[in-house]
Design a protein. Structure first.
Length: 484
């Protein structure tokens, strides 16, 4: 709410994908109108939020031309799909031809990308209006909006609070209403963490479902939005294969929706889904009681709606969490150590100190970390195999101050907040975040819905049902409310 207690005035930039494209179809609205509303929102909010690394919002720019072309297609009844004419952004580690990719850090002079990434190509093919590239923290190895290159990206809900990360700019853009769909990436929680701390609907898909031109162990790309239906629409466009992704899954031709009582291979009309629920990750920081209460209330609502909800024990432990953290430190040290001394000094101090712990790690230890990740994968699958879905917190805490790189101060600690999220990166299972409630001081709390591998449609279906059952009020931005 703004200081007067009123929600900010909605514009076409705030519309859902469905409402937006219905307006295009019926002639009440055009993609040109929507892009202009987004431009106005960006002009109002961006000085505070700092969500965008690059934007193309000039009247003579490529995005404006794409909006005009989309308007002509809608008028002729020749639209290309669910995102035709819809304004979108991608994270700065997803290549856009001609746009430099600094990776969130201030070292070096990044060169323009020579070609579009697969995701960017799918968006353009689908008629989406790509108008911006969103920021991230240094190498994407922070769960905040703190960057040595970009400064601090702030929450549109409360600029004193973090956006989460590493898809920090994508989360801020989604929460601020820079259009309905923003694409981020996630190797340990980087899509879902902004989801919980900004009140968003997100999806980290099954590994290999959304194509990447540089796949890496656990890394996925997926949508951040304000509504699960918008994430589903985005998946229909970006969840298509590309030969450049050597880890791609077989093509999926569905629409990312299925009857809730129907798990893959079953006939419609079977009993409600079997859902495991836990609020203890088994490692990292203890879960805030207020966060746990939101998860418990969500589980109760699903039970009342007919799901078979069963409490399950934690399946992570401190050593599994520490080993994946050590593995990433070695990877980041390899990159950091290749920089000149001058460029090393430009890296955010927290990240520099964190990755220095990966220096000179023996190969035997690195292999042990890798094998530990495989144990994490096995433990996650074994613990969740008997359930259609697993419900948990996204993070054990609510949003922390925007200036903090992490929700804790000591970079020598393993990442204390990803015990709920990282298992599903390593097990390659889909997992979403859904806005489910607030703490007593008004900070957003999301729940995570994880599903069996390849069941992205089921995860989105349960996520949408949670939104309907809880009816949790959508968070309201406070940044830029006077100008609409």
């Amino acid at each position: 709410m703004n200081p007067e207690g009123h929600a900010p005035l909605a514009t076409p930039a705030d519309l859902s994908v469905e409402a937006m494209t219905r307006g295009f179809r019926e002639g009440d609205l055009t993609p040109v109108d929507v892009l202009e509303a987004v431009r106005s929102r960006v002009d109002t909010c961006e000085p505070t939020l700092r969500a965008l690394w690059w934007s193309d919002l000039e009247a003579d720019g490529a995005a404006a031309a794409a909006a005009r072309e989309s308007a002509a297609r809608w008028k002729a009844g020749e639209e290309r799909g669910p995102l035709d004419g819809v304004p979108v952004t991608v994270k700065e580690n997803i290549a856009v031809h001609g746009v430099p990719m600094p990776g969130g850090h201030a070292a070096g002079d990044p060169r323009p990308a020579p070609a579009d990434a697969p995701i960017t190509a799918r968006l353009r093919e689908g008629g989406a209006v790509l108008f911006g590239v969103t920021v991230m923290p240094d190498w994407g190895m922070l769960s905040s909006g703190v960057s040595s290159r970009h400064g601090i990206t702030r929450s549109p809900l409360d600029p004193a609070l973090t956006t989460g990360g590493s898809s920090s700019g994508a989360g801020a853009a989604a929460a601020a209403g820079y259009g309905p769909v923003h694409i981020g990436s996630d190797i340990g929680g980087s899509i879902r963490l902004p989801g919980t701390w900004l009140g968003l609907a997100t999806l980290k898909p099954s590994f290999g479902r959304v194509p990447l031109d540089a796949p890496y162990l656990g890394r996925c790309a997926g949508p951040l939005a304000r509504r699960t239906a918008d994430s589903r629409a985005a998946m229909q466009v970006i969840g298509r294969p590309d030969a450049r992704d050597v880890s791609e899954l077989p093509p999926y031709t569905g629409d990312y929706a299925r009857p809730l009582g129907q798990t893959p291979g079953q006939e419609p009309g079977v009993a409600g889904p079997r859902i495991g629920v836990h609020t203890d990750a088994g490692c990292g920081e203890a879960t805030d009681p207020e966060v746990a209460a939101v998860v418990a209330a969500t589980a109760a609502a699903l039970s009342d709606a007919g799901a078979d909800v069963v409490e399950i024990p934690p399946f992570m432990d401190a050593e599994l969490l520490a080993d994946v953290d050590r593995f990433w430190r070695v990877r980041s040290w390899e990159t950091y150590s290749a920089l000149s001394l001058e460029d090393q000094r430009r890296i955010l101090p927290h990240v520099a100190r964190w990755c220095m712990a990966g220096a000179d790690v023996p190969g035997v230890d690195l292999m042990r970390y890798y094998h530990s990740i495989q144990r994490m994968r096995s433990a996650t699958i074994a613990a969740t195999l008997d359930y259609d879905f697993v419900l948990s917190p996204v993070a054990p805490m609510a949003a922390f101050p925007a200036e903090s790189p992490m929700p804790y101060d000591d970079p020598s600690l393993p990442m204390q907040h990803i015990g709920f999220t990282v298992p599903y990166n390593m097990s390659e299972q889909p997992a979403s975040s859904v806005h489910a409630g607030l703490t007593s001081d008004g900070r957003t709390v999301g729940v995570q819905v994880a599903g069996r591998r390849f069941d992205d449609a089921g995860v989105l279906t349960v996520s949408a049902q949670i939104e309907e059952l809880l009816g949790a009020a959508a968070p309201v931005r406070t940044v830029g409310v006077d100008a609409g």
